[in-house]
Design a binder for this molecule. Structure first.
Ligand SMILES: [Fe+2]
Length: 258
């Protein structure tokens, strides 16, 4: 299997609702390596619930985790990242340097919807694009407004938004309707990146391999390799990558034969 890249994993002990200790974080990293993961966005939430989580605290925590991984001889490379909650002042916070970009390279910003709320992010995506930053929308499949209205997610993608889906949504969709919609996203080229959204060694472990295999079944090896590996590699190194235009939606009756 191609080396996997986990684009969304809470690995910074004590910073948010992720691992409680460095030992737990190192155990999660060992489990990730066993899953075939070689690189990961090691992130913490930046939102009103965690006002003390600053870019500098995340950078420091990732330096400490990198040291612990070297000591334990765990071959996982971790990149400092924030999961930023969308808010009306997000552009102002960015300009003030209050938000940490993916891998601290100022090219990509990982943004999640406010919990339990759907907000239109078209303006945000466009504004960031004008500043040379691509918004990556974290687990948009959780939002029924996006998952079951492909026009909305397609509009965001066409504006330059990248889409990161959680591995658990692939392996354990809520129902058949969700599974069918997500399968369509992968087949149409709506999804760019995969992340485990791991939080702990046991309760919310960082799983990637089963989702990769499911994506192979749904959309083929080429899609699974891009989403599970090479796109993430580019993003973590601040490089552009070619995201093909989303393919047109299939008619419902045609989809049965496809
Ligand atoms: Fe998360």
């Amino acid at each position: 299997m191609i080396p996997l890249v986990d684009m969304h994993c809470h690995l910074l002990a004590g910073l948010d609702d992720g691992p409680r200790s460095q030992a737990d974080a190192v155990q999660m990293c060992k489990d990730m390596v066993a899953e075939g993961v070689q690189m990961a966005a090691a992130l913490a939430h930046q939102n009103e619930h965690y006002p003390d989580v600053t870019p500098e605290r995340i950078r420091t925590a990732v330096r400490e985790l990198t040291g612990a991984l070297a000591e334990a001889e765990v071959p996982l490379t971790v990149f400092p990242t924030a999961e930023v909650m969308a808010n009306p002042d997000i552009e102002g916070m960015w300009r003030q340097g209050a938000l940490l970009s993916v891998a601290d390279r100022k090219k990509y910003l990982l943004v999640e919807m406010p919990h339990g709320l759907f907000v239109d992010l078209c303006h945000t995506v466009t504004q960031f694009r004008q500043e040379g930053v691509s918004v990556i929308l974290a687990h948009p499949e959780r939002s029924a407004e996006l998952l079951h209205d492909e026009g909305r997610i397609e509009q965001l993608v066409r504006l330059g938004c990248l889409v990161q889906v959680s591995s658990g949504s692939v392996t354990k969709p809520r129902d058949r309707r969700d599974a069918s919609a997500l399968k369509s996203w992968f087949r149409r080229g709506i999804v760019h990146l995969l992340g485990s959204d791991g939080h702990s060694p046991n309760r919310r472990p960082p799983r990637m391999a089963a989702a990769y295999r499911q994506i192979v079944t749904w959309a083929g090896n080429a899609v699974a390799d891009r989403v599970g590996s090479t796109n993430g590699l580019a993003v973590l190194h601040g490089l552009p990558f070619h995201a093909p235009e989303p393919q047109p939606r299939r008619m419902r009756w045609l989809a049965r034969f496809w």
